[in-house]
Design a protein around this ligand. Structure first.
Ligand code: NI
Length: 128
């Protein structure tokens, strides 16, 4: 088991959002995803985002207002939201006081398909 500790990790600011990427934990060869924590300050918002990866986000603390596919949803602490690949999204923190901390896990959909096929014993050309 490994503890992945945000407080002992390197982070940097992107348009006012503090981003702590999991690349620094060097898990890439052992897990089929990447991940990051991001913290949106009170009253702030993360930049508009769109990418081929699917993205599962868990609200660790605070409350997220998520705009995606023409709708707006409030996601509370402990809840999660799943975004499809290429689904544009923007996360706001409407709280006047509390920061919003999100753990986001993302992966390429076709990569997950390859791994599932390999796990099911279908083989696959990638190993040969
Ligand atoms: Ni995203």
């Amino acid at each position: 088991m490994r503890i992945l500790d945000k407080h002992q990790a390197e982070s940097y600011a992107v348009e006012g959002v503090e981003v702590t990427r999991w690349e620094q934990f060097q898990l890439t060869s052992t897990v089929p995803f990447q991940a990051m924590w991001y913290e949106v300050p009170a009253g702030g918002a993360a930049p508009l985002d769109q990418h081929p990866e699917r993205e599962l986000s868990v609200v660790v603390s605070g409350e997220a207002e998520v705009q995606a596919s023409g709708a707006t949803h409030v996601v509370t602490q402990g809840q999660a939201f799943l975004l499809e690949g290429q689904e544009a999204h923007r996360v706001h923190n409407r709280s006047p006081k509390a920061p919003l901390l999100v753990l986001s896990v993302y992966w390429m959909p076709e990569r997950a398909g390859e791994l599932a096929a390999a796990a099911a014993g279908d083989g696959g050309e990638s190993n040969e």
